[in-house]
Design a protein. Structure first.
Length: 157
């Protein structure tokens, strides 16, 4: 499972010209779900995103989490994070989970993240063509990845 976490001043997602999710200061999280992901990866990554210290403290040091900063979260599903373009120029998405597997895990991630940060999480529309707008703060962009359990060694768990 991959989360591309961007610290934002604001972000929004629209479907067919209608805004479906919006967040003020906080994080935009683009979420990719691997074909072998389970609730175990969801729980780990949601906790990691909630605790990630990427917000400035009073000394200007990135030492505060989204919880500490009272920030919002916008989560957008993005299967293209698993695009593999090592061969040729057309990416293969064979490692991305199919919608019937990915959507329940995406919904679980949103739910668990909301529990962790203590507020509702804004979302896009799973599987829809979306327009995402953001003002990146910093910019700060962090790639978090939790390999599926079958490929996770005990040292990285």
């Amino acid at each position: 499972m991959i989360a591309l976490v961007q610290r934002v001043r604001e972000a929004s997602v629209s479907v067919s010209g209608q805004t479906v999710g919006r967040v003020g200061p906080g994080c935009l999280i683009l979420l990719g779900i691997h074909v072998n992901d389970t609730e175990k990866e969801v729980e780990w990554l949601a906790r990691k995103c909630a605790g990630l210290r990427i917000f400035r403290d009073e000394d200007g040091v990135m030492n505060r989490s989204i919880i500490d900063a009272d920030g919002g979260a916008l989560v957008v599903s993005q299967f293209t994070l698993y695009g593999d373009a090592r061969k040729g120029n057309r990416p293969s998405f064979i490692s991305a989970a199919r919608p019937e597997v990915a959507e329940p895990l995406y919904n679980a991630f949103v739910r668990i993240l909301g529990q962790q940060i203590g507020k509702d999480v804004e979302t896009g529309v799973f599987g829809a063509m979306m327009d995402v707008a953001l003002i990146n703060d910093g910019p700060v962009t962090i790639w978090l990845e939790r390999p599926p359990a079958e490929t996770t060694s005990s040292a990285s768990a």
